[in-house]
Design a protein around this ligand. Structure first.
Ligand code: AMP
Length: 138
């Protein structure tokens, strides 16, 4: 890693004041509401406001330093691993999964406008429930 910033003890919610807060940073900062289901010092998870599957959660690093998963993997692979770990924990939560099989989920990182990314603050879509084989659209 070329920088030690991301592993410092500074809370990752703190962003340079010149950067416009993303919608997800505003959720982290409780400026707009969301149904939060999990939170650590570095990651937050909440229900997608417009679900495209019976279970549709977002797992988001609190820092908005990384616009997409490629940047995140290069800049802070441990944080990416934490997102995957949180996704797995959510998918193991019967209260969130309801009638659907636990531990089975789709993890999507839209990367780029042309494939539908609308929020350029990296986030994982965790989806489950009646997702058919061969259908990747959400
Ligand atoms: P993407 O298209 O991959 O950038 O995904 C952005 C996702 O964020 C979409 O699925 C939106 O429905 C979701 N979203 C946008 N605003 C909110 C919000 N305020 N609370 C929860 N989810 C949101």
């Amino acid at each position: 890693m070329s920088t030690s910033e991301s592993s410092s003890s500074e809370p990752s919610t703190v962003e340079p004041s010149t950067v416009e807060p993303s919608i997800f940073t505003r959720i982290v900062n409780r400026e707009i509401p969301a149904t939060i289901v999990h939170e650590t010092d570095t990651v937050i998870a909440f229900h997608d406001i417009a679900p495209k599957a019976p279970v549709h959660l977002l797992v988001v690093p609190k820092t908005q330093r990384y616009a997409n998963v490629v940047e995140l993997a290069a800049g802070d692979p441990a944080l990416l691993a934490e997102i995957v770990d949180v996704a797995s924990k959510l998918a193991d939560d019967g209260a969130l999964m309801g009638e659907y099989p636990r531990d089975q989920f789709r993890l999507i990182f839209n990367t780029g406008q042309a494939v539908g990314q609308t929020v350029f603050h990296v986030h994982a879509h965790v989806m489950a429930g009646n997702l058919t084989e061969g259908s990747f659209a959400h």
